[in-house]
Design a binder for this molecule. Structure first.
Ligand code: GDP
Length: 194
């Protein structure tokens, strides 16, 4: 069946977003890095699944090898199911994403969020970046323009509303995400789904 996949670093609010989208509670399950991977949720009554892929990146108590293993697992999953995935939602933390990207940009380093964004696009998966925790961001336009710049999307961000969706999962403010996802499903004549 058709699938929407959620990816993102740990602690960006993926579980909170899943809960808001589906109305179901998802136990992130105690220890960080101990992944319940991948977590499928059937979107009844449609033949439609929303998949929560394991959180990636720094988690206290999780070593480098395990992090690499999780990353490899995510990449393999997306490669295997690329044809099924109608839309990917890359969740980032709007409060910290630009700082984290800048800190990890260098001659031999590509920040995870940037790498994942391009990887998804290279697989031909329409991708929406859900910029979460916008309730904690003061200058919304500035932050979103900076993020677009880092992702190689020419600012201003308002040109990219099918790709960049500022949200607050905690407050249930998800309309820009719904609209962005719907626009991609519409292109695929599946906008009955979301
Ligand atoms: P996950 O590791 O990506 O699944 O992240 P969680 O959903 O467990 O959320 C991590 C933390 O961020 C929790 O303390 C959430 O309450 C908080 N959080 C999630 N969404 C938002 C949001 O929209 N705004 C704010 N301020 N905090 C959020």
């Amino acid at each position: 069946g058709a699938e929407v996949a959620l990816v993102g670093r740990s602690n960006v609010g993926k579980s909170t977003l899943m809960r808001e989208l589906t109305g179901h509670s998802f136990d992130t399950g105690g220890k960080p890095g101990v992944t319940r991977s991948p977590n499928h949720y059937d979107w009844a009554p449609e033949d439609f699944v929303i998949t929560d892929l394991p959180g990636f990146g720094f988690m206290s108590g999780v070593d480098e090898d395990h992090r690499e293993q999780i990353k490899t697992e995510i990449v393999r999953y997306l490669e295997e199911y690329a044809d099924n995935v109608l839309v990917a939602i890359l969740v980032v933390d709007g409060k910290s994403v630009v700082d984290i990207i800048d800190r990890h940009s260098g001659p031999d380093e590509i920040p995870y969020d940037v790498e994942m964004f391009h990887f998804l696009r290279d697989l031909g998966i329409p991708t929406v970046v859900a910029v979460n925790k916008m309730d904690k961001v003061d200058d919304e336009d500035e932050r979103l323009n900076e993020l677009c710049d880092r992702l190689g999307l020419y600012p201003p961000w308002k040109q990219w509303q099918e790709t960049v969706a500022p949200i607050s999962a905690k407050r249930g403010q998800l309309e820009p995400l719904h609209e962005a996802v719907r626009s991609h499903l519409h292109e695929q004549n599946r906008d009955d789904l979301f």
